[in-house]
Write a protein that binds this ligand. Structure first.
Ligand code: PDD
Length: 287
Protein backbone atom coordinates (compact mmCIF):
# COMPACT_ATOMS: atom_id res chain seq x y z
CA UNK A 1 0.00 0.00 0.00
CA UNK A 2 1.23 3.47 -0.66
CA UNK A 3 -1.24 5.82 0.87
CA UNK A 4 -0.93 9.54 0.97
CA UNK A 5 -1.05 10.38 4.68
CA UNK A 6 -1.71 13.75 6.28
CA UNK A 7 0.85 14.73 8.90
CA UNK A 8 1.09 18.16 10.53
CA UNK A 9 0.05 20.30 7.62
CA UNK A 10 1.01 18.27 4.56
CA UNK A 11 0.26 15.09 2.66
CA UNK A 12 3.24 12.73 2.42
CA UNK A 13 3.72 9.13 1.22
CA UNK A 14 2.98 6.81 4.16
CA UNK A 15 6.61 5.65 4.35
CA UNK A 16 7.65 9.26 4.99
CA UNK A 17 5.00 9.96 7.64
CA UNK A 18 7.25 9.91 10.70
CA UNK A 19 6.57 11.02 14.26
CA UNK A 20 9.02 11.56 17.14
CA UNK A 21 9.65 8.68 19.56
CA UNK A 22 8.93 11.30 22.26
CA UNK A 23 5.44 11.89 20.95
CA UNK A 24 3.14 11.66 23.95
CA UNK A 25 0.71 9.34 22.18
CA UNK A 26 3.55 6.88 21.61
CA UNK A 27 4.85 7.11 25.21
CA UNK A 28 1.65 7.79 27.18
CA UNK A 29 -1.38 7.13 24.98
CA UNK A 30 -1.93 10.91 25.24
CA UNK A 31 -4.15 11.67 22.28
CA UNK A 32 -7.64 11.45 20.85
CA UNK A 33 -9.02 10.10 17.60
CA UNK A 34 -12.04 9.79 15.35
CA UNK A 35 -13.10 7.30 12.70
CA UNK A 36 -15.48 8.54 10.01
CA UNK A 37 -16.82 6.14 7.44
CA UNK A 38 -16.85 6.90 3.73
CA UNK A 39 -19.53 5.69 1.34
CA UNK A 40 -19.45 6.56 -2.37
CA UNK A 41 -16.40 8.77 -1.64
CA UNK A 42 -18.44 10.93 0.74
CA UNK A 43 -18.15 11.38 4.52
CA UNK A 44 -20.82 9.86 6.76
CA UNK A 45 -21.97 12.03 9.68
CA UNK A 46 -18.87 14.22 9.44
CA UNK A 47 -20.29 16.91 11.71
CA UNK A 48 -21.16 14.40 14.42
CA UNK A 49 -17.59 13.10 14.48
CA UNK A 50 -16.16 16.61 14.49
CA UNK A 51 -18.37 17.63 17.42
CA UNK A 52 -17.20 14.61 19.41
CA UNK A 53 -13.57 15.34 18.52
CA UNK A 54 -14.03 18.80 20.01
CA UNK A 55 -15.54 17.34 23.19
CA UNK A 56 -12.68 14.83 23.54
CA UNK A 57 -10.13 17.63 23.10
CA UNK A 58 -11.84 19.88 25.63
CA UNK A 59 -12.11 17.08 28.20
CA UNK A 60 -8.32 16.59 28.04
CA UNK A 61 -7.31 20.25 27.55
CA UNK A 62 -5.96 19.34 24.12
CA UNK A 63 -5.86 21.98 21.44
CA UNK A 64 -7.95 21.16 18.39
CA UNK A 65 -5.77 22.91 15.85
CA UNK A 66 -8.27 23.27 12.98
CA UNK A 67 -11.78 24.58 12.42
CA UNK A 68 -14.54 22.67 10.62
CA UNK A 69 -13.69 23.95 7.14
CA UNK A 70 -10.04 22.99 7.46
CA UNK A 71 -10.90 19.52 8.79
CA UNK A 72 -13.43 19.00 6.03
CA UNK A 73 -10.92 20.05 3.37
CA UNK A 74 -8.28 17.66 4.78
CA UNK A 75 -10.77 14.76 4.94
CA UNK A 76 -11.87 15.39 1.37
CA UNK A 77 -8.34 15.72 0.10
CA UNK A 78 -7.37 12.43 1.79
CA UNK A 79 -10.35 10.69 0.16
CA UNK A 80 -9.50 12.15 -3.26
CA UNK A 81 -5.73 11.58 -3.13
CA UNK A 82 -6.24 7.94 -2.14
CA UNK A 83 -9.10 7.25 -4.55
CA UNK A 84 -11.21 6.07 -1.61
CA UNK A 85 -14.74 4.94 -2.47
CA UNK A 86 -15.76 2.94 0.60
CA UNK A 87 -13.85 2.78 3.87
CA UNK A 88 -12.82 5.00 6.73
CA UNK A 89 -10.90 8.13 7.51
CA UNK A 90 -8.89 7.84 10.74
CA UNK A 91 -7.71 11.02 12.43
CA UNK A 92 -5.63 11.49 15.53
CA UNK A 93 -4.53 14.50 17.55
CA UNK A 94 -1.82 13.94 20.13
CA UNK A 95 -0.37 16.27 22.74
CA UNK A 96 2.79 16.37 20.64
CA UNK A 97 6.37 15.97 21.72
CA UNK A 98 8.28 18.16 24.16
CA UNK A 99 11.46 16.25 23.31
CA UNK A 100 11.57 14.08 26.42
CA UNK A 101 9.42 11.81 28.58
CA UNK A 102 7.48 13.67 31.25
CA UNK A 103 4.17 12.86 32.97
CA UNK A 104 3.12 16.52 33.18
CA UNK A 105 1.11 17.98 30.33
CA UNK A 106 3.36 20.48 28.55
CA UNK A 107 2.31 24.07 27.95
CA UNK A 108 0.48 23.85 24.59
CA UNK A 109 2.14 27.08 23.42
CA UNK A 110 5.51 25.33 23.73
CA UNK A 111 4.37 21.99 22.33
CA UNK A 112 2.15 21.89 19.23
CA UNK A 113 -0.11 18.88 18.76
CA UNK A 114 0.71 16.11 16.31
CA UNK A 115 -2.04 15.70 13.72
CA UNK A 116 -2.31 12.53 11.66
CA UNK A 117 -5.03 11.50 9.24
CA UNK A 118 -5.15 8.52 6.90
CA UNK A 119 -7.65 6.46 4.92
CA UNK A 120 -8.52 2.78 5.12
CA UNK A 121 -10.10 1.22 2.06
CA UNK A 122 -12.96 -1.27 2.65
CA UNK A 123 -14.62 -1.95 -0.70
CA UNK A 124 -18.27 -2.85 -0.23
CA UNK A 125 -18.28 -1.60 3.39
CA UNK A 126 -22.08 -1.37 3.46
CA UNK A 127 -22.52 -4.90 2.09
CA UNK A 128 -20.21 -6.66 4.57
CA UNK A 129 -20.91 -10.36 5.32
CA UNK A 130 -21.13 -9.51 9.06
CA UNK A 131 -23.86 -6.97 8.34
CA UNK A 132 -25.95 -9.61 6.61
CA UNK A 133 -25.16 -12.75 8.64
CA UNK A 134 -24.56 -11.16 12.05
CA UNK A 135 -21.73 -11.73 14.51
CA UNK A 136 -21.09 -13.73 17.65
CA UNK A 137 -19.78 -12.05 20.79
CA UNK A 138 -18.35 -13.06 24.14
CA UNK A 139 -18.70 -11.16 27.40
CA UNK A 140 -15.76 -9.92 29.44
CA UNK A 141 -15.31 -7.80 32.56
CA UNK A 142 -14.97 -4.14 31.63
CA UNK A 143 -11.50 -3.31 32.94
CA UNK A 144 -11.11 0.06 31.20
CA UNK A 145 -10.66 3.46 32.84
CA UNK A 146 -13.54 5.67 34.02
CA UNK A 147 -13.70 8.22 31.15
CA UNK A 148 -14.83 6.06 28.27
CA UNK A 149 -16.78 9.03 26.90
CA UNK A 150 -13.44 10.47 25.75
CA UNK A 151 -12.32 8.88 22.49
CA UNK A 152 -8.69 8.47 23.55
CA UNK A 153 -6.07 6.43 21.71
CA UNK A 154 -5.45 4.45 24.89
CA UNK A 155 -6.97 1.24 23.48
CA UNK A 156 -4.98 -1.47 25.25
CA UNK A 157 -7.96 -3.21 26.82
CA UNK A 158 -10.08 -2.86 23.68
CA UNK A 159 -7.35 -4.65 21.69
CA UNK A 160 -6.99 -7.32 24.36
CA UNK A 161 -10.75 -7.89 24.49
CA UNK A 162 -11.03 -8.09 20.68
CA UNK A 163 -8.18 -10.60 20.57
CA UNK A 164 -9.80 -12.77 23.27
CA UNK A 165 -13.04 -12.59 21.28
CA UNK A 166 -11.27 -13.67 18.11
CA UNK A 167 -9.62 -16.57 19.96
CA UNK A 168 -13.12 -17.65 21.03
CA UNK A 169 -14.32 -17.55 17.41
CA UNK A 170 -16.23 -14.30 17.93
CA UNK A 171 -16.06 -10.84 16.38
CA UNK A 172 -16.51 -8.58 19.40
CA UNK A 173 -16.57 -8.57 23.19
CA UNK A 174 -19.42 -7.10 25.22
CA UNK A 175 -17.97 -5.52 28.35
CA UNK A 176 -19.72 -5.91 31.69
CA UNK A 177 -19.51 -3.75 34.79
CA UNK A 178 -21.55 -4.27 37.96
CA UNK A 179 -23.63 -6.90 36.16
CA UNK A 180 -24.61 -4.63 33.25
CA UNK A 181 -23.23 -4.35 29.73
CA UNK A 182 -21.41 -1.06 29.19
CA UNK A 183 -20.63 -1.37 25.45
CA UNK A 184 -18.66 -3.47 22.98
CA UNK A 185 -14.88 -3.30 22.68
CA UNK A 186 -15.35 -0.90 19.75
CA UNK A 187 -19.11 -0.50 19.46
CA UNK A 188 -22.31 0.40 21.31
CA UNK A 189 -24.65 -2.44 22.26
CA UNK A 190 -28.41 -2.97 22.02
CA UNK A 191 -31.15 -5.52 22.45
CA UNK A 192 -34.62 -5.62 20.91
CA UNK A 193 -37.56 -6.95 22.91
CA UNK A 194 -41.17 -6.71 21.69
CA UNK A 195 -40.06 -4.12 19.07
CA UNK A 196 -38.55 -1.93 21.80
CA UNK A 197 -34.88 -1.03 21.52
CA UNK A 198 -32.94 -1.06 24.78
CA UNK A 199 -29.48 0.48 25.05
CA UNK A 200 -27.42 1.82 27.90
CA UNK A 201 -27.92 5.49 28.79
CA UNK A 202 -25.14 7.98 28.06
CA UNK A 203 -22.63 8.62 30.83
CA UNK A 204 -18.89 8.53 31.35
CA UNK A 205 -19.10 4.72 31.26
CA UNK A 206 -19.51 4.53 27.47
CA UNK A 207 -18.47 6.29 24.30
CA UNK A 208 -21.26 8.50 23.01
CA UNK A 209 -21.48 6.79 19.66
CA UNK A 210 -22.18 8.95 16.65
CA UNK A 211 -23.84 5.97 14.97
CA UNK A 212 -25.85 5.39 18.16
CA UNK A 213 -27.26 8.88 18.08
CA UNK A 214 -28.34 8.59 14.42
CA UNK A 215 -29.75 5.09 14.86
CA UNK A 216 -31.87 6.07 17.89
CA UNK A 217 -33.25 9.04 15.95
CA UNK A 218 -34.08 6.85 12.94
CA UNK A 219 -35.59 4.16 15.18
CA UNK A 220 -37.97 6.70 16.74
CA UNK A 221 -38.87 7.99 13.29
CA UNK A 222 -39.70 4.38 12.35
CA UNK A 223 -42.09 4.24 15.34
CA UNK A 224 -39.87 1.93 17.38
CA UNK A 225 -39.73 2.64 21.09
CA UNK A 226 -36.34 3.36 22.60
CA UNK A 227 -35.47 2.74 26.25
CA UNK A 228 -32.10 3.92 27.54
CA UNK A 229 -30.98 1.79 30.49
CA UNK A 230 -28.45 -0.85 31.35
CA UNK A 231 -29.10 -4.55 30.67
CA UNK A 232 -27.39 -7.77 31.65
CA UNK A 233 -25.92 -10.47 29.44
CA UNK A 234 -28.78 -12.78 30.51
CA UNK A 235 -31.38 -10.21 29.41
CA UNK A 236 -29.63 -9.79 26.04
CA UNK A 237 -29.46 -13.56 25.54
CA UNK A 238 -33.21 -13.75 26.16
CA UNK A 239 -34.00 -10.85 23.79
CA UNK A 240 -35.70 -11.17 20.39
CA UNK A 241 -32.72 -9.56 18.64
CA UNK A 242 -29.46 -7.84 19.52
CA UNK A 243 -27.05 -5.60 17.65
CA UNK A 244 -24.06 -3.30 17.77
CA UNK A 245 -23.39 0.04 16.12
CA UNK A 246 -20.17 1.79 15.13
CA UNK A 247 -18.88 3.98 12.34
CA UNK A 248 -17.21 1.00 10.66
CA UNK A 249 -19.88 -1.68 11.36
CA UNK A 250 -22.98 0.54 10.97
CA UNK A 251 -25.83 -1.56 12.43
CA UNK A 252 -24.66 -5.18 12.75
CA UNK A 253 -26.81 -8.00 14.15
CA UNK A 254 -25.53 -10.03 17.10
CA UNK A 255 -26.76 -13.61 16.81
CA UNK A 256 -24.96 -15.31 19.68
CA UNK A 257 -23.69 -14.16 23.10
CA UNK A 258 -21.40 -16.46 25.10
CA UNK A 259 -22.51 -19.43 22.99
CA UNK A 260 -26.24 -18.75 23.49
CA UNK A 261 -28.40 -17.92 20.45
CA UNK A 262 -30.22 -14.61 20.53
CA UNK A 263 -33.77 -15.15 19.24
CA UNK A 264 -33.65 -17.59 16.36
CA UNK A 265 -29.86 -17.41 16.12
CA UNK A 266 -30.25 -15.53 12.82
CA UNK A 267 -30.54 -11.80 12.12
CA UNK A 268 -34.06 -10.62 12.90
CA UNK A 269 -36.37 -8.22 11.05
CA UNK A 270 -36.04 -5.15 13.30
CA UNK A 271 -32.25 -5.04 13.12
CA UNK A 272 -32.21 -5.82 9.39
CA UNK A 273 -34.62 -2.93 8.80
CA UNK A 274 -32.68 -0.52 11.03
CA UNK A 275 -29.49 -1.36 9.17
CA UNK A 276 -31.18 -0.70 5.86
CA UNK A 277 -32.66 2.61 7.02
CA UNK A 278 -29.39 3.74 8.58
CA UNK A 279 -27.28 3.03 5.49
CA UNK A 280 -29.87 4.58 3.18
CA UNK A 281 -30.16 7.76 5.26
CA UNK A 282 -26.42 8.11 5.79
CA UNK A 283 -25.68 7.66 2.08
CA UNK A 284 -28.18 10.41 1.33
CA UNK A 285 -26.81 12.83 3.93
CA UNK A 286 -23.08 12.11 3.38
CA UNK A 287 -20.96 15.10 2.32
N1 PDD B 1 -14.95 2.73 17.54
N2 PDD B 1 -17.76 2.39 21.78
C1 PDD B 1 -16.44 2.23 21.58
C2 PDD B 1 -15.60 1.77 22.72
C3 PDD B 1 -15.88 2.47 20.32
O1 PDD B 1 -14.55 2.32 20.12
C4 PDD B 1 -16.72 2.87 19.24
C5 PDD B 1 -16.20 3.16 17.86
C6 PDD B 1 -18.10 3.03 19.50
C7 PDD B 1 -19.07 3.49 18.44
O2 PDD B 1 -18.92 4.86 18.18
P1 PDD B 1 -19.24 5.47 16.73
O3 PDD B 1 -20.61 5.05 16.39
O4 PDD B 1 -19.11 6.91 16.93
O5 PDD B 1 -18.20 4.89 15.77
C8 PDD B 1 -18.57 2.80 20.78
C9 PDD B 1 -14.35 3.09 16.27
C10 PDD B 1 -15.15 2.73 15.09
C11 PDD B 1 -12.93 2.55 16.24
O6 PDD B 1 -12.27 2.67 17.26
O7 PDD B 1 -12.47 2.07 15.20
Amino acid sequence: MNRSVYLNGEFVPEADARVSVFDRAFLMGDGVYEVTSVLDARLVDFDGHLARLQRSCEALSLVNPYDRERWLAIHREAVARNGLTDGMVYLQITRGSSGDRDFLWPDPSQCPPTVVLFTQSKPGLAESPAGRAGIKVISLDDLRWGRRDIKSVQLLYACWAKTLARQAGCADAWLVEDGLVTEGASSNTYLVKDRRIITRQLSRAILHGITRSAVLRLAREAALEVEQRGFSIAEAQAADEAFITSASMFVTPVIEIDGVHVGTGHPGPVVARLREIYIEEMRKAAI
